[in-house]
Write a protein that binds this ligand. Sequence first.
Ligand code: FDA
Length: 395
Amino acid sequence: MTQKYDAIVLGAGAAGLFCAATAGQRGKRVLVLDHADKPGKKILISGGGRCNFTNLGIAPERYLSSNRHFAKSALRRYTARDFLDLVEAHGIAWHEKTLGQLFCDGSARQILDMLLAECARGDVTVHCGDAIAEVAGEPGAFRVGYGAQSAQAPALVIATGGPSIPKMGATGFAYDLARQFGLKVVQPRPALVPLTLPAEEALFRELSGVATDIVARIDGTFGKAEFREAALFTHRGLSGPAILQASSYWQRGDRLAADLVPDRRSGWLREAKRERPRVGLRKVLNEALPGRLADALAERLALSGDLGNLSDKALTAAEERLARWPFVPDGSEGFAKAEVTAGGIDTAALSSKTMEANKVPGLYVIGEAADVTGWLGGYNFQWAWASGHAAGSAI
Ligand code: FDA
């Protein structure tokens, strides 16, 4: 027998659960379906197990999309403060880490429990563990087959996320559905992902495990940005928050410039030469950077002898190189390691107020499935809450 609902939400992740709770509490009969055995698996592993659930610095410019203004309306109408009010109403203790990032004091499980409690308050039915066999119907009358059951509703919400971390059940299902209903998909790509360096950069790959604060600058295929955060050398290339952030703007062929000594003023090497002419470059670099990195850079800069014997011109050139060290990654670690997927269902065909497809009444797209990708640090969950709230208020 086919059960009737007001809305069927595909995907019991952050966006789907929040959308369902919002609609359910408005009196709508909502069914949430997920093929995984349990809801919210990505929430549970997020933020190192503490869920970085939002950020105090939420701003539309901190999101990537081929439709630059799309996220504005939803982000303005459901803010970080709104979500924080909910977190506090549930008695969940939280703290600010760095750069406005808000985490649970306890565990990410508290955020998932909160979402499930909000769903329960709206009498939402959450059904996990059955594959979605079929999505059919027409605008305003959708039918979904799952396991041995089927359901129908005038509203269908695509909230199945993107393909990043497939081993957690992530799929490109949202894109198949989008195409089925005539929506375009902006080429999905791994984002917030470690980058790999080519063999000729073996010197850096040998630094695996070394971390240092940098300013990563990118003027890439997907935009221009700079991030002052930690970078981490890995056996395959580069990682750490500064690199993950820059990776979202990167495509093969783009170059990253890293200021490896962001706290040193222009002229610092010439100053060191005047103050300590008997000291070598390697030693001065060792005072500014982790030892193994300093040694590798000194080798690359190939300026041997005491500073006193090096020309000001050579030292200025070395300073400039250190402040804009070029890295040309040859790839990324792909969807297997990407925290999110950039690209996705083209937002040009969606209402920015309600997330409803303009030409398919009753079809909504929310969360990571849509072509909206936030910075690292709680931005992606805030998009899940805001887009879920927009759709949940409109259904
Ligand atoms: P999400 O991926 O959460 O949910 C989609 C749901 O759809 C899943 O439950 C999945 O099982 C289901 N599904 C997929 N295919 C299906 C199919 N074919 N049939 C049925 N169901 C299907 N962000 C942030 O802001 N702060 C943070 O701290 C972190 N930390 C973090 C850590 C790690 C390791 C990862 C991988 C990601 C993060 N993120 C993050 C990103 C964040 O998790 C992500 O942006 C949101 O979970 C996106 O929410 P959605 O609901 O859109 O998708």
